[in-house]
Design a protein around this ligand. Structure first.
Ligand SMILES: Cc1cc2nc3c(=O)[nH]c(=O)nc-3n(C[C@H](O)[C@H](O)[C@H](O)COP(=O)(O)OP(=O)(O)OC[C@H]3O[C@@H](n4cnc5c(N)ncnc54)[C@H](O)[C@@H]3O)c2cc1C
Length: 395
């Protein structure tokens, strides 16, 4: 333990355990009296020199990357139900796997998750790797990262996709760091460079002003988190058949203990799933005025969204924020009230099917993306809309 400069080794039940803050510096490897610690380069074979290319050899993945095959999707689930982003990953993963001529698989961790496995197959997974264990019933970073890392090392997928959800954003970087590979966060586009057999990972950069396409040529797997509601969902087909591979893993006890799960109940409708969203911005002027947004949302059966300006002002919780640093949404109808349409806001709602903008400034940029624009005072327009919709709903 004393050889580790980072304090990343503990001894549990007489066995050395490496903690998450291990940097793979290697200081401990030669020091263990039982020779029980070795630094194994998971990715060594993907590097040109490892396959005898030597200096000046071809850079890129050709050397050993063909041992890494297949597209994996992390099947995030809650209470045994896959999150809807998983079906979008399967839809996109199918295209990538077909372009590569490789298999599409899902990796499912949890407890009593057999129904979820069948759903994944119906949505296109050819194989589902399941680790079913009570210790994995609820998501926790450490055990999930440990098990997934071991599975990737064992089965060597070439591409590994996760949803850019709270869970995916926490798990992805941990797994990537353990595997010493790259991770492109928050992708909005994925494709295959067929000649080089590389994953092209596209995401907004510099505040959404440019789209950057990122490659991971030398390490495997190529990892990406993908934004919700950007990719098309895989179609369900109950006639599909697939293989379920059950695996047992020894799960190290996590340092954190899950005390209880508290469900968030204040949101009327889950923003990411909503078909209609009514959003309020700085134009509302104060927290109490969100009431008129909520009234309209209630009549429409919609969720309530907000711009960052409204969230920063403390008028509404962060869970409602739409945009680059909030949620990405893609409803059928997005109604923006008193929102100017800054690029960072558009990054989160620009792909909505129909955008209705209500703003008193006719030159507000939101009108550039709006399907319907109403130039007017939201305090007149929104209550009038609510009243009219109430009438037509027969209230
Ligand atoms: C790194 C970074 C990340 C960011 N992430 C996000 C993000 O995730 N989401 C986000 O939204 N922003 C984000 N922002 C902030 C963004 O740049 C804008 O500042 C923000 O979106 C502005 O919010 P707004 O449109 O409500 O306010 P404003 O830009 O102030 O616009 C208010 C609008 O209300 C209109 N208005 C005023 N009164 C009325 C009225 N009575 N009736 C009708 N219209 C009225 C005005 O004409 C104006 O157009 C980010 C910024 C940065 C730098």
């Amino acid at each position: 333990m004393s050889t580790c400069p980072y304090g990343a080794i503990v001894v549990r039940d007489g066995v050395a355990v490496l903690l998450d803050n291990c940097t793979h510096c290697g200081a401990c490897a030669g020091e263990c009296p039982a020779e029980a610690i070795a630094i194994e380069e998971v990715n060594a074979e993907t590097r040109p020199e490892a396959a005898g290319e030597g200096e000046g050899g071809a850079a890129g993945p050709e050397a050993g990357a063909d041992r890494w095959r297949g597209v994996w999707v992390f099947a995030e689930q809650r209470r045994g139900k896959p999150s809807s982003v998983v079906y979008e990953l399967l839809g996109e993963g199918r295209k990538l796997a077909d372009d590569l001529g490789e298999e599409l698989s899902a990796v499912l961790l949890g407890h009593n998750v057999d129904d979820a496995a069948n759903e994944l197959i119906a949505h296109g997974a050819e194989k589902v790797y399941i680790v079913d264990d009570p210790a994995l019933a609820d998501f926790q970073d450490e055990p999930y990262a440990q098990v997934i890392t071991e599975l990737v090392q064992e089965y060597k997928p070439s591409i590994f996709l996760l949803g850019a959800t709270t869970i995916g954003r926490s798990l992805g970087p941990r797994v990537a760091a353990r595997l010493r590979t790259g991770l492109t966060a928050d992708c909005t586009g994925l494709a295959i460079d067929k000649e080089k057999r590389l994953l092209l990972q596209t995401r907004p950069a510099f505040g959404g002003n440019i789209m950057a396409t990122i490659l991971c040529p030398d390490r495997r797997p190529q990892m990406a988190t993908v934004r919700h509601k950007v990719m098309k969902r895989a179609a369900r087909d109950d006639a599909r058949r697939g293989e379920i591979i059950r695996l047992v893993k020894e799960i190290l006890p996590p340092r954190a203990r899950l005390v209880r799960v508290v469900e968030e109940t204040h949101q009327m409708v889950n923003l990411a799933e909503a078909d209609i969203i009514v959003s309020g911005g700085r134009g509302l002027g104060k927290a109490e005025n969100f009431r008129i947004i909520e009234d309209l949302a209630r009549v429409l059966g919609a969720a309530v969204g907000a711009s960052r300006a409204a969230v920063d002002a403390g008028w509404i919780p962060y869970a409602h924020q739409v945009g680059q640093t909030g949620k990405t949404v893609c409803p059928k109808i997005y109604i923006a009230c008193g929102i100017s349409g800054a690029i960072q806001h558009l990054a989160g709602m620009g792909s909505s099917d129909i955008i209705v903008a209500i703003n008193k400034d006719p030159s507000a940029p939101i009108f550039n993306v709006a399907t319907y624009g109403i130039v007017g005072d939201l305090f007149e327009v929104v209550p009038a809309l609510t009243a009219e919709l109430r009438k037509s709903a027969g209230d």
